[in-house]
Design a protein around this ligand. Sequence first.
Ligand code: HEM
Length: 512
Amino acid sequence: MELIRLDCIIVTMLATLCLLLLLILTFSWWVFPILKHKKLKSCGLGGPTPRFPLGNIEEMKIKDNVAYSHLSHDIHANVLPYFSSWQKLHGKVFIYWLGTEPFLYIAGAEFLKKMSTEVMAKRWGKPSVFRNDREPMFGSGLVMVEGNDWVRHRHIIAPAFNPLNLKAMARTMIVSTNQMIDRWTSQIKLGKHEIDVEKEIIATAGEIIAKTSFGMEDENAREVLHKLRTLQMTLFNSNRYVGVPFGKYFNVKKNLEAEKLGKEIDRILLSIVEARKKSLKNNSYQDLLSLLLKENSDVSQSAKTLTTREVVDECKTFFFGGHETTALAITWTLLLLATHEDWQNQLREEIKEVVGNNEFDVTMLAGLKKMKWVMNEVLRLYPPAPNVQRQAREDIQVDDVTVPNGTNMWIDVVAMHHDPELWGDDVNDFKPERFMDDVNGGCKHKMGYLPFGFGGRMCVGRNLTFMEYKIVLTILLSNFTFKVSPGYHHSPAIMLSLRPAHGLPLIVQPLN
Ligand code: HEM
């Protein structure tokens, strides 16, 4: 009798527990998101109808990238077809769903301005669904951290990019680029003029960040870069179910693979961090790693230290963020210069005027004005970071719209950079002269041009990019001419960053 009663109690307890769990899940997966959605809808925001449990994911699945019939820069409808068609129906600010997570889509510059003036950088969050999903790639690095942790990380990292440190990195950039030039020259001597410049430049930029930020030897650097690339492909080259309850288990193999790669990268970086801790060699300049470790060893500044785990995550973040974006900016530039010979020649002329017969020196970079216009225009047409994400950590009021605490946001940089209302009818033309007298390229709204993000969370590495871009391009244009190969298929695609889906084969000829 006693035993039966005990059984009953256990069964009842289990049933109550299950019911409670079901209730919690229903509330967190459906009721709370629906309430948030309702609040936004009541302010007049529309959007595509979501279906439980996928939200709008089915409509967002992209088939194999279709090659463009010509070299059009009107890329938004191709790289983000669902956003492009929803925009036509619902305007520049609307709601869509990733699984059971509502997202506020923003391509309205004025809305973004009003929203960002309401919120300080440290009070912005990053969508939890992405933070979990991208854990193997960025961990708790600067891109992902929030609140006081973000302040602490940024405070430690920002000084690494001061002009003195940057200047000291220039030598490595020149050496690595010259090695690439030698490789190309040998290849051309064998009659092979077609070079996949995307692949080459990404490898060189990887080498540069490995050496300048971590003093890493080639073999270790190549291994980390290779694993990061595989991780990126695993995470972003397929349709996944981010935001869908138990979505992680829809693609167990890929998720396990990503976790494994993330751990392997951590292991290599950890061994480098530990070795550096022991040697803490006194570089003539402070690379990122020595800076992070130096702050850590200063016990009087305990509020400003990072744990070893955080240092490893920062290394990972900088390894990836520090090379691919810059490399893509240079890659897209070579495509645009290959199709605009006049600009290719103008930049070569400018280099001749600025550098002349002197040895190339970083102090000369400021004189390359047209090159900066070209860079700005390339970053407008092909922004390597094609979107910015946020999560509200408090209610935000934008005119009549209350964006509730917890709302995810997807800011569509590609859409804003290609918006004729902001840039005029020639929005899809390559016109570097837009930037001649205006750092905003004549954009009608100051929040319409965001290649490096906005506010306090703006890209911490942008000055490094400016320098590397100019150095690499100066050396390339001083040695070669570029034409598009007949084998090139124009297929910009988003795999976290905006890249040519099939590489960039160019016909490269030595200048003399
Ligand atoms: C063309 C080159 C680059 C582009 C287009 C670019 C773009 C961006 C954008 C749009 C953001 C803002 C993200 C957000 O608000 O969520 C950002 C942040 C960041 N970038 Fe870059 N970036 C570039 C180069 C670099 C380089 C060279 C490094 C490092 C060496 C770097 C490291 C970072 C980091 C750590 C953050 C996070 C900053 C924070 O949240 O405080 N980036 N970048």
